[in-house]
Design a protein around this ligand. Structure first.
Ligand SMILES: NC(=O)c1ccc[n+]([C@@H]2O[C@H](COP(=O)([O-])OP(=O)(O)OC[C@H]3O[C@@H](n4cnc5c(N)ncnc54)[C@H](O)[C@@H]3O)[C@@H](O)[C@H]2O)c1
Length: 273
C-alpha cells in the first residue's frame, strides 16, 4: 500500500511500546488510527499523547477473545468506514523452565500471542478482501525464528505467528489478492514487555521465579532499540509490500546458524536474542 494518507490503521496492544509507536507512525503518515488494548487507562493516555491533528479512536479489548476483536473491527468501521492496515501486535512475555511453566501461563501466552493473531486475521481479512485493499502486519519476534531456552510458551506462540503469516502470504499470492501481509520479527525493544504479568489472569504468578527472570529480561530490554525505530520499519514494509520485517543486524546470522543445524542434521544451537 504505497499511499497511506487518509487510510485507516488498526493497532492492537496500542497503549504501549511497539503498538503505541505504530499508532504514532501511522498518524504521522496522515492515517486515521484505531487503538485497541486490554488496559483502559494507559489506552486513553496513549491516544491523548498523539498529536492533536491525529484522528484516533480507542477500543478496550482482550485479543484472546474473538468477540472483542470483532468489536474492534466494528468500531473501526463505525468511526472511519474501513480498516486498511491491521497490526495484530498485542503480546505478552513470560519465562520459565518447561518443567515448571503452569497451564495458566501456557494458556495465557498462547491465548494473547497466537490466538490474538488468529482472531485478528479471521476478523479483518474478509473486510480487507471485500474492500479490495489492505495490509495485515502480524507481530511475531525473533523468538519465532529460533528458540532461546526458558521461553517455551513465548517461542511456541511466535513460531505459530510466523507459520500463520507465511501460510497467509502464499494463499494471498495464489489468489492474486490485493491484500498484503507482513510478519514483524524484532529482537529486544525498549518497551514494557518485561512487565507483562500486569495483565496475567490471576495476578503476577510466582513472585520469586518472576523476579529472577525479570532481572535477566530487564537487562536484555535495556539494550533494546526504540519502538519508534521498529515502527518506521513497519511503515516502510507496508508501503513497499515487504513480508519479513527484521529489526536487528544479528538476526540473519542466528537464522543461518539454525538453518545450518537443520540441514546438517545437527542439534538445536543455543541462540539467545
Ligand atoms: N519488546 C521486545 O523486546 C519485543 C521483541 C519481539 C517481539 N515483541 C512483541 O511486540 C509486541 C508488543 O509488545 P511490546 O514489547 O510493545 O510490549 P508492551 O508491554 O509495552 O506492549 C504490549 C501491549 O499489549 C497489551 N496487551 C497485553 N495483553 C493484551 C490482551 N490480552 N489484549 C489486548 N492487549 C493486550 C498491553 O496492555 C500493552 O499495552 C508483542 O507481541 C511482543 O511479543 C516485543
Amino acid at each position: 500500500m504505497e499511499q497511506l494518507n487518509g487510510k485507516v490503521a488498526v493497532v492492537t496492544g496500542g497503549a504501549s511500546g511497539i503498538g503505541l509507536a505504530l499508532a504514532r507512525a501511522f498518524a504521522a503518515e496522515g492515517m486515521k488510527v484505531v487503538m485497541a488494548d486490554i488496559e483502559p487507562g494507559p489506552l486513553e493516555a496513549a491516544a491523548a499523547s498523539l498529536p492533536a491533528s491525529a484522528e484516533a479512536v480507542t477500543g478496550v479489548a482482550d485479543v484472546s477473545r474473538p468477540e472483542q476483536v470483532e468489536a474492534v473491527r466494528d468500531a473501526a468501521v463505525a468511526a472511519f468506514g474501513a480498516a486498511h492496515v491491521v497490526c495484530n501486535n498485542a503480546g505478552v512475555g513470560s519465562g520459565g523452565a518447561m518443567a515448571d511453566v503452569s497451564l495458566t501461563d501456557w494458556e495465557w501466552v498462547l491465548g494473547v500471542n497466537l490466538w490474538g493473531v488468529v482472531h485478528g486475521v479471521r476478523t479483518f481479512l474478509p473486510l480487507l478482501q471485500e474492500q479490495g485493499e489492505g495490509h495485515i502486519v502480524n507481530t511475531a519476534s525473533v523468538a519465532g525464528l529460533f528458540s532461546a531456552p526458558f521461553m517455551g510458551p513465548y517461542n511456541v506462540s511466535k513460531y505459530g505467528v510466523v507459520a500463520l503469516s507465511e501460510t497467509l502470504f502464499n494463499e494471498l499470492a495464489i489468489t492474486q489478492s490485493a491484500v498484503g501481509v507482513s510478519v514483524l520479527c524484532p529482537s529486544w525493544v525498549k518497551t514494557r514487555i518485561a512487565e507483562s504479568a500486569r495483565n496475567r489472569p490471576g495476578g503476577a504468578g510466582d513472585p520469586e521465579s518472576a523476579s529472577a527472570i525479570q532481572e535477566v529480561i530487564d537487562g536484555f530490554i535495556s539494550t533494546g532499540i526504540s519502538p519508534d525505530e521498529v515502527a518506521a520499519k513497519v511503515v516502510e514494509a507496508v508501503k513497499v509490500g515487504r513480508f519479513w520485517i527484521l529489526t536487528h543486524d544479528d538476526t540473519a546470522a542466528a537464522v543461518a546458524t539454525r538453518t545450518k543445524s537443520i540441514l546438517e542434521d545437527g542439534t538445536p544451537p543455543m541462540l539467545m536474542h
